[in-house]
Design a protein around this ligand. Sequence first.
Ligand SMILES: Nc1ncnc2c1ncn2[C@@H]1O[C@H](COP(=O)(O)OP(=O)(O)O)[C@@H](O)[C@H]1O
Ligand SMILES: [Mg+2]
Length: 156
Amino acid sequence: MPHHSRFVADLADEAATLAVAGRLVQAMQPGLVVYLQGDLGAGKTTLVRGLLRALGYAGRVKSPTYTLLESYSVAGREWAHFDLYRMQDAEEWDAAGFRDEFDGTKILLIEWPDKAAGYLPPADWVVTLVRMDEGRQLQLVAQSELGEICGHALQS
Ligand SMILES: Nc1ncnc2c1ncn2[C@@H]1O[C@H](COP(=O)(O)OP(=O)(O)O)[C@@H](O)[C@H]1O
Ligand SMILES: [Mg+2]
């Protein structure tokens, strides 16, 4: 997978989103920072649910709409799922202590990363969900060396 190359998947329905998550999760390594882009209802949280379910997590995966952060410990890996939609000011990222979540081992999944622009760690993967006439299209771009390594695992 050459630098900044892409992975694209057409997802006809929610089951397809959950299925592609099962494929992505196999390629994800500790410390990976994933920005989740796409409109409200595009399927960002559904994708996160799919990642955790694929690892055997049976509990609820709720959107951290008000808490901004939900943490999970699944299959020996730590996950931090952010939804920054309701963040008023990018400085809240530091004020909330979220900087400490970026420890090189946790996998960070960040919805609405633009809300904390300038404060977030850079993305290894940018995953964008686009609404199609029917279903969604997932577009993944690797943006770092770690992102490329994980992206390469995705191709094989
Ligand atoms: N591939 C898909 N095709 C059609 N609908 C989907 C697909 N993936 C998810 N959905 C549906 O779209 C909605 C996405 O909601 P959600 O995951 O909360 O979006 P977001 O977090 O991006 O705001 C859910 O109702 C889900 O069932
Ligand atoms: Mg969401």
